[in-house]
Design a protein around this ligand. Structure first.
Ligand code: GLU
Length: 509
């Protein structure tokens, strides 16, 4: 690819970013990095009715958390700013004037009530109303009205919108990197509004003006924008601008059945659909986020990359750098990608296993601090983490998996007790106590050798000894290798826990 690659992620700040939006940002990021290009964040805030004040901040925080920051955009001004559409009004005005002057766009004075009446009239006749080449001459606009009347209305300040004059009887040739070639008959299109009565451009107009002005080489966006592609291509033609290349990404689908994964699905289906937790300032409603649920950003990104793309090999675990190398738009699928919660957790588990114990220990420390008053040194916590993380998906699982490393069991699981502590167990444990007391080298290996030698010598089954030993140390049958536990909590604590269990299970005489 020889020309300079510039791509943009262009969300509208109407609320939190859906994971589908993060995937769009990710594919843009990967494509930009792969080709040494620039990844731009543009905020499309021309729809004032849907504007949500904290959304922009959320979007930026989400991209940063996911590890896919933009190169150009808000607070990172490049040569093509400003990057908020609301700050680019003059530019849109200049360009819309050109289109009107060239005859590609026209003023339309129809009031909402008039348009509604038209719609109803058509409905009554079993037809659908469309503001198009067939009807525009019958409506109130600068094509149907006399020039003097148009000037009079404009001078008087009558509200108007500016519509695009879709050319008649043309076939538009559309090219999409993912979908290939498509042909659209212009007679099926309507004269879309380019400028609203509030003096702001619509999405379509601002979008193509900015993509042109910001020298965007590739537009990579969700499939929901595919129906707008013909209009966009016609707009480029009207300006005599070279259009960027387009790639429309497949939809993200619900885990079961058909249908787009929507912002509401998270609450309904029990998994987050947002990267970060989001509080709706109006309703106070809180929506879950991947970050707060304990996902690592690397796992989240890896999972998202696979929703609509695959490398064509068996490899599933990809670092961001590896994704950059492997990614190509040609390998993005046409069909919708089903969200899969089990797979999402699987990715997280894989990353948990690879995660560095030091970082995990640090996170775990704050959980430990909230559970027990005592503080533990990092080396100790790190050792615990390496023993328990195999069974963990999230750091928040650590406490359940390893509380006994920080707290002497105060109760014993009833089912486990019944199975592990029988008649004769007390004597066995007394013997174990003696062995342990006489062992100075309290390494896992050494105590295991000594205890097992005694078991063999006494011709006992392993379970008869190891089960009550585990019960004494853990309070249940869970946990890693029992001698690893004993070695880590240390000789004194091991002995004290066995004594405590003996006292607890002692049948009253
Ligand atoms: N503002 C549009 C959105 O919210 C951008 C679509 C595009 O990338 O062209 O999705």
């Amino acid at each position: 690819m020889s020309k300079h690659i510039r791509v943009r992620f262009a969300p509208s700040p109407t609320g939190p970013l859906h994971i589908g939006g993060v995937r769009t940002a990710l594919y843009n990021y990967l494509f930009a990095k792969k080709h040494g290009g620039a990844f731009i964040l543009r905020i499309e805030d021309t729809d004032q009715k849907r504007y949500v004040a904290n959304a922009e901040k959320y979007i930026i925080e989400a991209l940063n958390w996911a590890g896919i920051p933009f190169d150009e955009g808000i607070d990172k001004e490049g040569n093509f700013g400003p990057y908020r559409q609301s700050e680019r009004r003059e530019l849109y005005k200049k360009h819309i004037t050109t289109l009107v002057e060239n005859g590609w766009a026209y003023y339309a004075f129809d009031t909402p009530e008039e348009l509604d009446a038209e719609r109803k009239k058509h409905e009554a006749e079993g037809k659908t109303f469309s503001y198009n080449h067939l009807l525009r001459k019958e409506l109130n606009n600068s094509i149907s009205l006399f020039t003097e009347e148009v000037s009079r209305r404009l001078e008087k300040g009558d509200p108007y919108v500016i519509r695009f004059k879709i050319p008649q009887d043309e076939i538009v040739d559309l090219q999409d990197i993912i979908r290939g070639e498509m042909k659209i008959d212009t007679n099926t299109l309507d004269d879309k509004v380019l400028f609203k009565s509030d003096g702001l451009p619509t999405y379509h107009f601002a979008n193509i003006v900015d993509d042109h002005e910001m020298k965007i080489s590739h537009v990579i966006r969700g499939e929901e924008w595919l129906p707008s592609l013909a209009l966009h291509v016609l707009l480029y033609k009207a300006f005599d601008w070279k259009a960027p290349e387009f790639a429309h990404l497949p939809l993200l689908l619900k885990p079961v059945g058909k249908g787009k994964l929507s912002k509401r699905d998270g609450d309904k289906l029990g998994f987050p659909v947002f990267p970060l937790e989001y509080t709706n300032e109006q309703t106070g409603e809180v929506a879950r986020g991947y970050r707060e649920d304990g996902y690592f950003p690397e796992a989240f990104i890896n999972m998202l990359a696979f929703l609509g793309w695959n490398p064509g090999t068996e490899q599933e675990i990809f670092s961001l750098d590896e994704l950059v190398k492997a990614f190509s738009l040609e390998r993005v699928s046409k069909s919708g990608a089903k969200f899969d919660l089990d797979k999402t957790k699987w990715f997280q588990q894989q990353y948990m296993q690879q995660a560095n114990a030091e970082g995990l220990a640090e996170e775990f420390q704050s959980i430990i601090a909230s559970e027990v008053k005592q503080s533990f040194d990092t080396t100790y916590v790190k050792k615990v983490v390496s023993l328990i993380k195999e069974r963990a998906t999230f750091v928040s699982d650590f406490w359940n998996l390893g509380h006994y490393f920080f707290k002497t069991p105060s109760e014993y699981d009833a089912k486990a007790s019944k199975k592990a502590w029988k008649e004769g167990t007390q004597d066995i444990m007394q013997n174990i106590l003696v062995i342990l007391q006489n062992t100075d080298d309290f390494s896992s290996e050494n105590i295991e050798n000594k205890v097992k030698a005694w078991i063999k010598e006494s011709e006992l089954g392993f379970g008869k000894v190891l089960m009550p030993l585990r019960l004494s140390l853990v309070g249940s049958m869970q946990g890693p290798h029992v001698f690893d536990i004993a070695a880590l909590i240390g000789k004194e604590e091991t002995i004290s826990r066995i004594n405590k269990a003996i006292a607890y299970f002692k049948t009253p005489s």
